[in-house]
Design a binder for this molecule. Sequence first.
Ligand SMILES: [Zn+2]
Length: 426
Amino acid sequence: MNFLRGRSITFMNARVVGPDGALARSLRIDGSRIAALDELEAAGQVVDLENAFVFPGLINPHDHLELNHFPRLKWRPHYESAREWIADFQPRFTADPVVAAGLSHRLSDRLLIGGLKNLLSGVTTVCHHNPMYRELGRRFPVRIVERFGFSHSLHIDGPKVRDSFLRTRSAHPWIIHAAEGVDEEATGEVGRLLRLGCLGSNTLLVHGVGLTPADREHVLSRGAGLIWCPGSNRFLFGRTADVSEFARRGRLAIGTDSRLSGERDLLRELKVAREMATLEQRALVRAVTCDAATLLRLPTLGRLQARSPADILVLRSHLECPFEALVAADRSDVALTMVGGQPRVGEPTMAAAFDAVGIRTVRACLDGRPRILDSRIATRLARSGLQEPGFTLDGSKPLMVSLSNDEHTALRSSTRSARTDREETG
Ligand SMILES: [Zn+2]
């Protein structure tokens, strides 16, 4: 047990950002929680942020964490629906060397890359749209949303969708890929969900590319929301959803999906979002912070406020507007990612924050910039058979893992179990 865990850290000379802009110049953390904003007296370890922005840790409302070590894959210029894309995978699980090699790695290693992808881009909470594998427990690099129900989609789960919705408590979100495409089946999915009684105030549709104006009104009038993954939509379909009304009503969250179809990370998705929709930068930031938290029913996350978990993103930028700065940012601009008061990865200038809570670090390099990383994450990464592109541990050598046929088969079936409904965990 770390006896220093209860120590305080005060970030000074900070530009702390709220949903409407500048919030404070300092922020103090006690243990795992935010203690105070804008105090006159610093307490505990003082870290001078030299005018960096402090945002709430970003919330990624949609990912499949075990699929982020793959490259983007498709076999046609554009698809009409996700069903077509998924069908293109079926013969390739064993026949395509890229797909087969990707599936040959240990699940724990694959999930770790998914965690690292998010952590490096300042994401501190991920909603993982697949079973709650035991590897996603307390030692995982980012916070994982636990209290929600989900179904894959109507085209994969069929009648089981309704059971999944009914099993999910109304206080928890229920999430489903829907209208992921532009063919007749995809564009009819909101109508089917309505007829099945699955469009409630806790329903979150992922994608919504094929939503009609009437569908959008049905979804919004029921208080449901949209999780938008613009990079994936552009890659697969060459178009995306009309999200402006969802954003205006605070019912939009932006997610990455996995790297099989999505951008490298959530910061890259923000750039695609800016290109594909005429939304204010502030609305884009809300969709990865406070509005994402509201849709996922996470009232203590997505805003920097006293007593909330200390999930923090420190961002270097020369820009004045915090929203413009975040939307323009690359992961190499993220100076620190902290989850529940625990610094995980950051610039070497943040070493005092790691020291304050007794976290040992190792040196690393991210896209040519020096970084320090929690040594426990580094150890697991070094032992894994996978590497995160652009990220190296000092002195590390790539290690390859070769698995037996049995393990290979088990991993393939674990991917197929993506269709399984998650039982309520809360
Ligand atoms: Zn997905």
